[in-house]
Design a protein around this ligand. Sequence first.
Ligand code: SF4
Length: 787
Amino acid sequence: MPRTGHHPAPATAPTPHNRDESHPYIHLDPDLCIACGRCVRMCDDVQGTFALTLTGRGADTVVAPGTGGPWAQSDCVACGGCVDTCPTGAITQPGPGRGITTGQPHPQHVRTTCGYCGVGCALDVVVSDNQVSAVLPALDGPVNQGHACVKGRFSHGYLTSADRLTQPMIRKNGTLEPAGWEEALTLAADGLRAAVAAGGPDAVAAISSARATNEENYLIQKFLRTVIKTNNIDNCSRLCHAPSAAGLSAAFGHAGGTDSFDDAEKADCLLVVGANPVEAHPVIGARLLQQALNKASLIVADPRAVGLAHHADVHLRPRPGTNVALFHGLAHVLVAEGMTDPDFLRERATGLTELIELLAHYPPARTAELTGVPAQDITAAARLYGRARRPAILYGLGVTEHLHGTDGVRTLANLAILRGALAHTGRGYGIIPLRGQNNVQGASDMGALPDLLPGYGRVTDPQARTRAEAVWGRPLPTRTGLRIPEMLQAARQGTLRALWIIGEDVCATDPNSHRVADALDTCPLVIVNELFPSRTTQHADIVLPVASWLEKDGTFVNFDRRFQRVRAALRPPAAARTDFDVVHALAAAMGADLGCRTPAETLAECGRIAPLFAGLSHTRLDREGAVAWPCPSPDQPGQATLYTRAFTTPDARAHLSAAPYLPPGEEPDTDYPLLLVTGRRWTHYNSGSMTRRGGNLLLEAHDHLDLHPQDAARHHLTDGTEVTVESRHGKARLTARLSDELSPGQVFCAFHFPESGVNSLTSDHADTVTSCPEYKVTAVRLTHTTT
Ligand code: SF4
């Protein structure tokens, strides 16, 4: 399968001895190859990239990249599987990890959970002298089963990057200057007290992070609620999967996927919507690909022809922003052709009458007009899903990051409800969100949200508050707090006087980034916990250096609700501290004691507030590896499959949604004739703060604007032309890359290189229910970059 990455010139040409050392992470010595073909089978049958081949004849047969030429320019996506499977050392990892492979005994290792994407791969970190020698996927990893991707396995060079923040910084006379912890914490505490004195507790807010552990998220929200006495706490799920939490809980009860990925792997039909897991969730993407190649039909709904779409039985390419119409079109065919489950709908669901009335307006022909998807493809996809014995739905940010993202989640969930296709019914495997960041599920589970306490009790619900108050021993604020966009707006308006940002580069990743910077500049006190100088630290008054995921202890929750342990493999550098220690220290500087001395104690306390997590503990996770929530008691297993007895909605029924299709916030016009979709690429991760500091930069050195050759010709652009992208909100500079993966009229770029300014393009339009930004639909125009 072709990858979509950039193929740069090799860093190093093949050596005279025929060795290929062009790739930053994988080297080949053909002289050691015995042509056993294990690496080729690993690449084909596990990773699914088909990047390797055996070449030559007889005794001269050796492995080589299938594309010919150097490894760095091949289709390899550097999962590292070939390194582990090569029995002779012909394929190796360079550097201190050379010769260290998965499955071999390596005494000095620490088992932890990957801190990049939401898959939750278990990794064994081999350490020497407080330095990483190698990171190996754990063969008994509950989710990854011995597999990993370039990020989790190889992208740890950032740990020792020269610009790592290692001591606190305080802004003096406009410049950030080094300071001691005591000075920085005293200044922060005084600033928070002053903000409360001037504007009350609600003049303070904090943005927590999916990058932080559950225990850190729990502690941060506890600090805001019990020390500052405000509910102004939010986390970065606001920018990605908040519509999943809202949509899934409205449809079924819980704010997570209905079933486990282990179950979804048994499906005979996969409907993958608005997601490119091959690049953004590579281990899951590889497994879904194998499933589609071997035993399941595959429907992909995505505007771009990338990843799994190359192998789809039906590829639906809706115009960005038309998901709800597409899902109604599919539902129309399910209903019209009798592919529903009447017993389930009668006994377990509600809202059918209203939905059927609405679906009358979405026959395939009209849906085709609304979405641009041919009517016959809509019918074919609906029949594949509708006639499958046990179908599963997986979806990503292409569903959520829209003006009507929550409606998108709910109307996609309609399909599973119409068919009664949930694991506990035996007729399918439900609907599973592919959460993007490592702990974006956990940050919300822990109550780092303005309206919800740990375990999803509402701050406005006296019963939920009383439970938390009994454990915390303090009265809690009753008013719902601010969401991230509201915090930024309050800062611009002068009512927010202190903002604590933990592990987020909001000036790079939040939409309409110029306005984000304005908000920070207006706010009298901005405290930022960070690993590196960033766009956001440029606007901070106090910068606190913190530990990375390889340097901390706690737990993460992955995309299918599994808690797993995170363990410190290394000590943080110099004066850097964990976010856990920083929250405690700031509380102490304000004269407060948060209790929860250790991460283990913290999870235990969380379980006393949140029945969903009451059966979880570090000891149990150490013993069992991964446990899914809900897990209400230590003697019960986690519930990977939900709703075996009843849905957890107020009436114990699944709720169909009859939300009509409404257009996106922006549509192309004569001034801005193209639609920009933003997303991720396999080489980098989010703002790129970790992946841009290491070998991944050799794999992709800068960001690109992908556009269809017809659009390129219209704009007189060729591959490599520097192009200025303009929206109504800002400008970005990117390098054009021609690609027929895009439909004409649509362009795509990632946001891994903040200097290109991609998020100055995106708008303030946001999901009407959750305020999740509409990253997937921005009207833009292109001009040649002149300087
Ligand atoms: Fe880490 Fe995700 Fe890659 Fe697994 S797939 S190694 S969790 S980035």
